[in-house]
Design a protein around this ligand. Structure first.
Ligand code: BGC
Length: 263
């Protein structure tokens, strides 16, 4: 959507639908942006086996339909596990490769007949943690990483997001970082939290720190529920804390960005 149509609304109008597209499920809920919380129970539908833009847009349309009477005709926010530049998806992680170089925001807007703000999944989670979660009230540079099937990242300075950082793909010791430090790698190799943290996460975060020098690291992804088993083992200059919003972060961040996107 364009900057002019995405201007902030007043607080009486702050119920915005967020939708989180993942490799296995597509989830959505209306978000109360004053509280940073769901205003109704979330709806989840399996991601279609063939997760093309057309098939995914049909599922998204069902979710929008489920909340039509609560969300008015304002813009909605959608996350996707892909780089998104100016509404076009440039990559595709765990979704059909036909998303690459697809004008995805327009596809959603055509099917839904409403304005859409489409953002990378980790960017949405990061902005949610800064606005409402673990990094709320922290000034300076916040770097969120999501440890899941891959690694997503969001770099935020005083509340302003630098989109599409893709720090899961920095090369470390000859490898794509997420191929050694993701939660999936830990599971696939059946590593203990201690071995994963000491051998892989330590190296990953110290390289990230040397490149970006954040004031605060926030660690998200499902495994962050077990953060006490691995975050205390890491030795870094910056504070490193678990995310707070769990699997709600993508939906909440998408809704927030739909209400605040300037670009
Ligand atoms: C993708 C990112 C995405 C992350 C988490 C990575 O493999 O490159 O775009 O944010 O996975 O889904």
């Amino acid at each position: 959507m364009t900057a002019s149509t995405a201007a902030s609304k007043d607080s009486s109008d702050r119920l915005v639908l967020g939708i989180d597209i993942g490799g296995s499920g597509i989830k959505g809920a209306p978000v109360d942006l004053d509280k940073g919380a769901f205003a109704a129970e979330r709806v989840r539908i399996d991601t279609p086996a063939k997760s093309t833009p057309e098939n995914v847009a049909k599922v998204v349309s069902q979710i929008v339909g489920a909340f039509a009477d609560q969300i008015g005709d304002g813009p909605i926010g959608i996350t996707i596990p892909a780089v998104v530049t100016h509404g076009t998806t440039r990559s595709a992680a765990n979704i059909d490769k036909s998303w690459i170089d697809h004008p995805a925001e327009k596809t959603f807007e055509d099917v839904l007949e409403r304005d859409v703000v489409l953002v990378n999944d980790a960017d949405a989670a990061g902005i949610a943690e800064v606005q409402y979660g673990a990094a709320k009230g922290h000034d300076g540079v916040v770097l969120l990483t999501t440890l899941g099937t891959g690694i997503g990242s969001a770099l935020i300075m005083d509340g302003v997001l630098v989109p599409n950082t893709e720090f899961g793909h920095i090369e470390i010791d000859g490898h794509d970082a997420e191929s050694r430090a993701s939660a999936k790698y830990k599971e696939d190799k059946d590593l203990s939290y201690k071995v994963w943290a000491k051998k892989h996460l330590q190296r990953y975060y110290e390289v990230l720190e040397a490149l970006t020098w954040p004031d605060l690291f926030v660690v998200g992804g499902g495994v962050s529920k077990k953060a006490d088993k691995f975050l205390p083992l890491l030795e870094l200059n910056a504070e490193i804390v678990p995310a707070k919003l769990e699997n709600r972060a993508g939906i909440i961040g998408a809704a927030y960005l739909a209400d605040n996107w300037k670009g």
